[in-house]
Write a protein that binds this ligand. Structure first.
Ligand SMILES: [Zn+2]
Length: 78
């Protein structure tokens, strides 16, 4: 399994319980990741990432969360 494939896959959202959570990828993505972004299977985050940056984005409810710290990031426009 390649590193790119490990980024694919949807998680159950802890908020709406739908399996619509997708990875947020930080930094300059390799082309394979960029293609996933075009398909809506990952999200490209800001270039910078800090400890509390969210790792996952829910396509159903728009919430984001950080798996490691449990930090919840609500949509800024919501
Ligand atoms: Zn959700």
């Amino acid at each position: 399994m390649t590193e790119d494939q490990s980024m694919i896959g949807q998680r159950h959202c802890p908020f709406c319980a739908k399996k619509a959570g997708i990875r947020i990828i930080y930094g300059s993505p390799p082309i394979a990741v960029y293609l996933l972004h075009l398909k809506g299977e990952v999200i490209l985050g800001e270039c910078r990432r800090n400890k509390s940056s969210p790792d996952w984005h829910c396509k159903a409810c728009g919430r984001r969360w950080n798996e490691r710290t449990g930090a919840i990031v609500h949509p800024s426009n919501g």
